[in-house]
Structures are given as C-alpha cells and as structure tokens.
Design a protein around this ligand. Structure first.
Ligand code: PLP
Ligand code: COI
Length: 342
C-alpha cells in the first residue's frame, strides 16, 4: 500500500503514489468490465498507436473533501463529454458517460485515504486517460483501446498558490494549428508546448500566453489553462477554435453571471491587454491563477496588469465563489458536484 504520510498543506502539483487505479479495455467493438489494479505500470504492445501516432487523450478533474466531511467531484459530466469529443476528434472509441462516471467514483472511493483534508487547500486530482493499443504501423486508428483512471493528491499548480505570476507572449512557437487539435485534450498538444513552456519558465514566466496560430492577432490561451481578463467590471474570455473548452472557465462564466458580472466570450485582440484591469489563467489545475504582468517578448513590451502585484478583487471574488461550491460551503445551484459515497 502507498504511503499516506503526506504533508497535505505543502504538496505541489506532482505525482504522489496512491493505492489503486481503474482500467477498462475496448475490444471487439465494445467496452469490457471495470478492472481494479494496484500496479502503476501498464503493459502495451511496442507498436501501439498511442506510442507511434499519438493516439492519446486525457482529462483532469478534482475531488474535494468538504467542510461537512463529504467528498465532492466537480463537474464529472462535463469532463465525460469532453473526453468523448476528444475521442471523436482523433478517431478513438468514445467512453460512455456512465462508464466514465462509474470509474471516476470507483477510483476516488478506492483511494479515499489520499483525499486531502478540508482546509489544506489540496485536492485529489483525477486523471482519466485513453490510449490506442493496436499494433498498427500504417497510420490509422487502433481497433483496441485502454481507458484508465489514476488519481494523485495535488496542491497548487503554480508555486505560491493564489498569488500573481507573470506570463509571456512569444510568436516563435505555436502549440496547435488553426483547425487542429487545440479544441481537444490530446497529449500531443502538450508535447508541442514543452519547448515554449520551458523557455518561458527559464525566463521566469509561469506560462506562455499563446496567440491564435493563424493571424497571431488574438489571444488564445495559456499552455495549461484558459485565459480571462476583467475590464470595466466585465469578464472577458477568448472565443477561439484552437483552445480547449475549459470546464473551469465555463463555471467561472456562470458564477460571474450569477454575481451580476457581465460576460463576454469573443475574440480578444492582443492590443486589448493594455485595457485590462485584471487577468488570470483558469483551469482545473490552475483554478484561477492571477496574472501580474504580461510581457510581449517579441515587441519588448510589458503590460502591468496588477499594479500592486496582488490578485485583483474580481478574480479573488470568482476564485472564492468557485472554491466555496467545490468545498460544499456554498449552494451548488447548478448541480455541478457529484457526492461520493464512502
Ligand atoms: N486549456 C488547456 C490547454 C488545458 O490543459 C486545460 C486544463 O485542463 C485548460 C485549458 C483548462 O480546462 P479545465 O478547466 O477543463 O481543466
Ligand atoms: C488540468 O488542469 O487538469 C490540466 O490538465 C492541465 C495540466 C496539468 C496539463
């Protein structure tokens, strides 16, 4: 059994072993039985399409231990829907919602010891993934797939938790193509972001803020998260075909509307950055991570978003409202949480 001697208040976003993972194979045109494994390895054919042609998709969601002791998984159905879209996007077998749900619940139940305590700021990150298994040397989709879910406790994605970090724009790299795989959660998108991401980190930025790959005129998203800005009290977030439809962004837009904040989801020109009062990266891992400065490395231009280096008031309000729903401190009026029986 894995070690639970964990300093819950100080974990980062890494891999901490847990006890079990769950797996299901797609063979002969159908999904099989859910299998439970205590091994952290998988055995696959060396010619599997996942290894050669990138047939790999994944998801990220979280389970939280609430103030009332209950464990809640946030927006399971939205992630189930998105992994099916990703599967269709790169011609993999879609995982039915019910199978996705059962496997998420099972993975959380089996690893209950690893759900961080309420108040620690940490959560149990749930990482479903699907890979093509068939040995195909010709470039074509696999006939057999493995869908599995691993879980690991995590703290904040960016060091320092809810505090500002800087991001940069660099036009020498694209993460995805204009009509490519950016709208799906495909492993290859992340491989394509590594060089730019590493360069950004070396220069002291938490992430790259990508522009649209066609015209390089509009804001797309960050390497691991969507982008939003606050301008004259409005929530502004890019609409684009080359970004991932973020469940967190969708939730924040709804929370903003619930709080009476106007929401604009539309193309956002890069010049508009100069007019933003606040900005943040949002995602399951990033939650809502406030941005201090946006530096355009090509134009040698620095946009100071947070003058005092602190998270802005609207971002803070939205962050707190989202966390309160996830932790069971506020009413879940949109039915986003799945309560896990333990
Ligand atoms: N954009 C990218 C590229 C991501 O990897 C993620 C993380 O999942 C997001 C956006 C945020 O999506 P979500 O809020 O569904 O986690
Ligand atoms: C998430 O936020 O769940 C992600 O997948 C982002 C990242 C860790 C790649």
């Amino acid at each position: 059994m894995a070690n639970t001697n964990i300093d819950w208040n100080n974990i980062g976003f890494g891999y901490i072993p847990t006890d079990y993972n769950v797996r299901c194979y797609y063979r002969d045109g159908k999904w099989g039985e859910i299998e439970v494994s205590s091994s952290d390895s998988i055995n696959i054919h060396m010619a599997a399409t996942a290894l050669h042609y990138g047939q790999e998709i994944f998801e990220g969601l979280k389970a939280f231990r609430g103030k009332d002791g209950k464990v809640r998984v946030f927006r399971l159905e939205a992630n189930a829907a998105r992994i099916r879209q990703s599967a269709e996007g790169i011609k993999m077998a879609p995982v039915p919602e019910d199978l996705f749900r059962k496997m998420v619940i099972k993975a959380v139940q089996l690893n209950e010891r690893f759900i961080p305590p309420y108040g620690s700021g940490a959560s149990l990150y749930i990482r479903p993934l699907e890979i093509g298994l068939s040995a195909n040397i010709g470039v074509k989709p696999a006939q057999e797939y493995l869908f599995m879910i691993m879980v690991t406790p995590v703290g904040p994605y960016f060091k320092g938790g809810f505090s500002t970090t800087d991001v940069c724009i660099m036009r020498e790299f694209d993460r995805v193509a204009p009509k490519g795989t950016g709208r799906w959660k495909v492993g290859g998108n992340y491989a394509a972001s590594l060089a730019a991401g590493q360069k950004a980190n070396e220069l002291g930025y938490s992430a790259v803020l990508y522009l649209d790959p066609k015209e390089k005129q509009y804001i797309d998203e960050c390497g691991p998260a969507n982008f939003f800005g606050i301008k004259d009290g409005k929530y502004i977030t890019p609409a684009s075909d080359s970004i991932l439809p973020s469940v967190t962004n969708n939730s924040l837009m709804q929370i903003a509307r619930d709080l009476g904040i106007e929401v604009e989801c539309r193309p956002v020109h890069v010049d508009e950055i100069a007019t933003l009062d606040e900005a943040a990266e949002c995602g399951t891992a990033a939650v809502a991570s406030p941005i201090g400065n946006i530096v355009d490395l090509d134009l040698d231009k620095k946009y100071v978003i947070s003058k005092d280096g602190k998270p802005g008031p609207v971002t803070t309000k939205l962050y707190n409202a989202l966390r309160a729903i996830q932790l069971g401190e506020a009413e879940d009026k949109h039915g986003w949480n799945t309560i896990i029986e333990l």
